[in-house]
Ligand binder design. Structure first.
Ligand SMILES: *Cc1c(COP(=O)(O)O)cnc(C)c1O
Length: 248
């Protein structure tokens, strides 16, 4: 196959996968009596090349998620070369070390994986210094990531500490609290996990009405998440295919 044929084939594959994911979201919304416009989709492009992101922007997607700073930074730059006019918004969805805060705020519009007051502080300082250096404008959108099982690999803030973390984020002039995020624990029924998260979200929204996002649901559990009120699904495998390289 020529390079053009390979590109054409990938484009068709992505278009078909996107169509199928949209159908799943629409069906889940229909059975939950929800409007599909209330569920946005983040394409989680970790381990996939910038050329895939470029094709997804051609298909109308605007929101992309990454879980590693270095990989994301490179991809954001490559996309700017491939599609200078694309309206792409990047989300950090993975575990974040405090020493990466300065780098992340240069490419991410939103960080969904804020799980400690110390990380929130580091990001706030990084936003201030990036702004002073003319490298970004405006506050950083933040979701606080909940953990239901304290698995250090997945990250997340223990549920009892989540409201205080939300308060810390909301009190920062450099960060804008947008909502809560969860990666459902492997060993838990996703419906039960999303139900617990949804209650925590509603509690936080009483104090912080601006926290309108419930980021829950991935390729395997988006239906359960939508049933429990998810406003944002993060889709990797179902859109882009299986990941060949393990992504830490
Ligand atoms: C990889 C990843 C996803 C996407 O997972 P899939 O099962 O491939 O859809 C969603 N959220 C986070 C935080 C991830 O790291």
């Amino acid at each position: 196959m020529s390079a053009a044929e390979v590109t054409g084939e990938r484009r068709a594959e992505l278009a078909e996968a996107l169509h199928a994911v949209r159908e799943r979201i629409d069906a889940a919304c229909a059975s939950a009596g929800r409007d599909p416009s209330g569920v946005r989709m983040i394409a989680v492009t970790k381990t996939f090349p910038a050329t895939d992101v470029a094709m997804l922007t051609d298909l109308g997607l605007t929101d992309f998620g990454e879980n590693r700073d270095q990989e994301a930074r490179r991809k954001v730059e490559e996309l700017a070369g491939l599609r200078p006019d694309a309206a792409a918004r990047w989300h950090m969805v993975g575990r974040l070390q405090r020493n990466k805060a300065r780098s992340v705020v240069r490419w991410a519009a939103e960080v969904q994986s804020v799980d400690s007051p110390r990380l929130a502080d580091a990001l706030a300082r990084a936003v201030a210094s990036a702004r002073d250096a003319g490298e970004r404008a405006g506050p950083l959108d933040v979701l606080v990531q909940a953990s239901l099982d304290a698995d250090p690999g997945r990250g997340g803030c223990p549920l009892p500490e989540l409201p205080a973390l939300a308060d810390t984020v909301a009190a920062s002039g450099e960060l804008a609290l947008r909502g809560v995020m969860l990666v459902a624990p492997m060993e838990m029924d996703p419906g039960a996990a999303f139900d617990v998260l949804s209650r925590a979200w509603q509690r936080i929204r009483r104090d912080h009405p601006e926290a309108t996002e419930l980021s829950a649901g991935m390729s395997g559990d988006m239906e359960a998440a939508i049933r429990h009120g998810s406003t944002c699904v993060r889709v990797g495998t179902a859109l882009l295919g299986g990941r060949r390289i393990a992504s830490p």
